[in-house]
Each structure stands twice: as C-alpha cells, then as structure tokens.
Write a protein that binds this ligand. Structure first.
Ligand SMILES: [Zn+2]
Length: 357
C-alpha cells in the first residue's frame, strides 16, 4: 500500500518534469518499486531462515526510540510475530508487516517491557496474544505507562532523520489520536490473551514452536521461543548481543536466575543454531557464552568491590574495561547496583524506617 502511494505521489510530483520523466523511462519498474520500498522501511528487515524475518531498529542506543527485535514467522495461512516494539513504533511495524505477510495470526510477547509489548494495542481485531502470566498481570496493571510521553517521542522520532522516520511519526500520530478510546486491557486484551507459566507448545504459522519459561532472569516473565525444526532460538531480553543488559529489579530481574536461563537456552542450541537476542544483531551460540561471561565477571567485580569496602554508589558507577565500548551504557549502573543489592540486601536506613512504620 505504501509503495503504491509513494509511487503515485512521486509520479504526481514528477508529472511536469521532462527530466524526471526521462529518468523514470530509463529505470526498470521493478527496480523503482524495490528502491521505494527500501526507502520507506523504518526497520532493517533480514531473512534469517526460510520465511523467518527479524526487524531490527536503526535507533542505536537511543532509549527514547528503542525497540526490541521483532521476529516474523511467515505463513500464507497466518503468520506469527514475536514482540511488537514500543507503542511509538507499533503501527509502523504493523504497516511494514503488511508487505511481508497476507495475514498476521498470532503475537507472542517475550516479556512485559515497553520496547517489546508496548505496541500491542496497535494490533486489534481478533489476533490472539500469548505471554507469561506475570506479563499479562503487569500489562493489565500498568499497560498505560507505555504511552506516557508518546507526543514527545513522536517529536524525537521525527527529528531523528532516520530512514522512514517521517512516515513512522505519522503512524504513531494515529495511535496518539486514538488514546482516549483505548480500553484499559489494550496491552493484554481479555478474551484474546493466553497466559502461560511453564513450557508450552504452540502450533502456529505452519510450525511447532516451544515456548520456554526458565524462571526469573531478565524479568519475572521471560519467554524463550524455540523453533527446533528451523534450529532457531529467540531469547528475548535474556539475550543482549554487544550491549549492556537492562537489569530491572522492579521487573523481577535476578542475576543467578539470568545465568540459569542462559544455561537452559544453551541446551537448546548446537553450533548451527541461529540465536536471536532481544537487542543487538543475530548471532550464534557463542553469544550466550559471552553474555554468561559478562555476568560472571561483573558479579566477581562487585563481590571484590564489596570486599574492598566500596559503597553502593561507587560500585554502581564501575565498569569493566573490556565492556567500555558496549552500547546502552545508561543501563550499566542498574546491573552493578542491582547485583550489589543482591549481595548486600538493603537492611540499613531505608529498611529500618520501613520496619518502624
Ligand atoms: Zn526487556
């Protein structure tokens, strides 16, 4: 649809220009359409396996415009997508899906975070959602927080100058307009949401996917998706590739649990497995080893810092030199501070004040 509109728009603008007409005459029709399509895509789409596409953001470490990786399993009878970006980008994802699949049949959320499930309300109709029970609970309780400051984010998106940003900002404007009529359960619609707490098999998009719940790690509601036949593992945000992890204590993050989940994900993999993280480029099983090492080194460094008598605020600012070039540096203090609190539970002033109430 957009390709057609863009083409018509372009042709209309070029109608009176002999030079433009000459250029068009020399350009193969297919090549023109392909170029127009590329220019319109906000996300970077890559086919990682036959009929399986990943939509990466081009937004780098900009948290305001962040969107976790979305993975589309295409099937003519109905496709499935895992994670739908933040609310700001949901409509754009939906629009870019329409050129890749005739019909979307299923949505899976890997966890409740804004940049993975925030776009849920953009997918109306009868499309069913599958998510962890704690994800559903959190989205029902505080789903509306996903659209806080949406107007400011739209301005930032428009100002970003990224490919397709202008069209994406227009898409997001439609969501902004519809906010007053959004139901409270828009992020986990009642009657359309299936919640799980343990390993579940999902037959969808012409495949059998296994949804794993390995317990609290990145959050208390992580789902890892395994397509055994295609040898693909989608780790959600249990896997970050080449950037600092977001350690969300309020969301249920646990460092020991995270390491446990990494070990469990690794059991699903062999040397040829295509491993898709929640953020960062697609890779292989070595991504899991690198992340486990990142955690182990960080935990060891925090332990040593505590031994050396360093206060929490100092520990939270520490960084290991080998990870100084990682993106998403803003997330780094949450990990160090969070691990500090796991090792030295806050039993001092604040806890005593709580107890005195
Ligand atoms: Zn997350």
């Amino acid at each position: 649809m957009l390709n057609q509109l863009s083409r018509r728009d372009f042709l209309a603008r070029s109608a009176g220009a002999a030079l433009g007409a000459g250029l068009l005459a020399g350009l193969p029709r297919g090549a023109f359409a392909a170029r127009t399509g590329e220019a319109a895509d906000f996300f970077e789409w890559t086919e990682i396996s036959r009929g399986v596409f990943v939509a990466l953001n081009r937004t780098g470490g900009n948290l305001e415009l962040a969107g976790g990786n979305s993975i589309l399993f295409v099937d003519d009878a109905g496709s499935l997508i895992v994670d739908v970006k933040q609310a700001l980008l949901g409509n754009t994802l939906k629009r870019e899906l329409t050129g890749r699949t005739p019909k979307l049949g299923w949505i899976v959320n890997t966890h409740h975070h804004f940049d993975h499930a925030g776009g849920n309300p953009c997918f109306g109709g009868t499309i069913p959602f599958t998510m962890h029970a704690n994800c559903e609970k959190r989205l029902l309780e505080s789903g509306a927080s996903n659209v806080t400051g949406l107007d400011k984010r739209i301005e930032a998106l428009r100002a970003s100058g990224l490919p397709g940003a202008e069209a994406a900002a227009t898409d997001a404007g439609e969501l902004l307009t519809s906010l007053p009529t959004l139901p409270q359960d828009a992020w986990a619609p009642k009657g359309r949401t299936t919640s799980i707490t343990a390993q579940t098999s999902l037959k969808a998009a012409g495949r059998t996917l296994t949804l794993h719940s390995f317990g609290p790690g990145h959050t208390d509601n992580d789902i890892v998706v395994h397509d055994a036949d295609a040898n693909i593992v989608l780790g959600g945000d249990v896997l970050f590739n080449g950037l600092h992890v977001f350690f969300d204590v309020a969301g249920g993050a646990k460092s020991a649990g995270w390491l446990h989940s990494l070990a469990e994900i690794k059991k699903l993999c062999n040397a040829k497995t295509i491993v898709v993280p929640g953020h960062g480029p697609v890779g292989d099983v070595t991504m899991i080893d690198r992340l486990a090492e990142y955690f182990e080194k960080t935990i060891a460094a925090v332990k040593q810092a505590i031994k050396d008598g360093k206060p929490r605020e100092e520990v939270a600012k520490m960084i290991l030199p080998e990870y100084k070039d990682f993106a998403l540096g803003v997330a780094q203090p949450y990990l160090w501070g969070g691990i500090y609190d796991e090792l030295v539970p806050p039993t001092t002033d604040s806890a005593q004040k709580e107890g005195a109430k």
